[in-house]
Design a protein around this ligand. Structure first.
Ligand SMILES: Cc1cc2nc3c(=O)[nH]c(=O)nc-3n(C[C@H](O)[C@H](O)[C@H](O)COP(=O)(O)O)c2cc1C
Length: 168
């Protein structure tokens, strides 16, 4: 897929395939694209986990009412950062956003489906996730990416946003 086409046609998908799952290796292959996103002061404090156990997906799916689709995904990516590596703490969110968008576009390029689910900056949610996975205090969960095998019967909607670029 060409870059511009990928940017224009990526959509959030919250459906699932009952019968098929991607392998953790297929997911690892797309997650690797976080590496190529820019990073403020080149701080490179990002860290990604692939969650593969059904009981862990069930735990995440129960945390928030908007996350009910998570247990039915083919694993999820937990996008985190390492607090102890920050050189520019106030820019880490921007590092994370850039990396996550890279991963979403890589997922789209492979024709898998995904949705980005926030965790940061709600401390209660972060603490529950950290405690559950027994993360050291310096590992901060930033977002969850739930990923699916595409289901042809549930094609994503078209983008409908009113937009206009203003030239100043
Ligand atoms: C920071 C952030 C948090 C999001 N959190 C959720 C979420 O918790 N649950 C969900 O279903 N979608 C979530 N989304 C996906 C948005 O709902 C989605 O991007 C938006 O509706 C636009 O649709 P599109 O991605 O198909 O263009 C999130 C997106 C972003 C950028």
């Amino acid at each position: 897929m060409q870059t511009l086409e990928a940017i224009k046609t990526r959509r959030s998908v919250r459906s699932y395939s009952d019968t098929q799952k991607l392998t953790p290796e297929q997911i690892a292959e797309v997650v690797e694209y976080w590496l190529y996103a820019p990073s403020a002061h080149n701080q490179q404090a990002r860290k990604f986990f692939i969650v593969t156990k059904q009981k862990d997906l069930d735990f995440l799916g129960e945390l928030m009412q908007w996350w009910k689709m998570i247990p039915k995904s083919s694993w999820v990516v937990l996008a985190c950062f390492d607090d102890s590596k920050l050189k520019s703490p106030d820019f880490i969110q921007q590092d994370m956003w850039a990396s996550i968008q890279n991963i979403l576009l890589a997922i789209h390029d492979k024709w898998y489906w995904a949705v980005w689910v926030w965790t940061y900056p709600r401390e209660k949610v972060l603490d529950e996730i950290k405690k559950y996975f027994d993360f050291p205090t310096n590992i901060i969960p930033f977002a969850i990416l739930a990923i699916w095998v595409p289901n042809e019967e549930l094609m994503p909607k078209n983008l409908k946003v009113d937009w206009k670029i203003e030239i100043l």
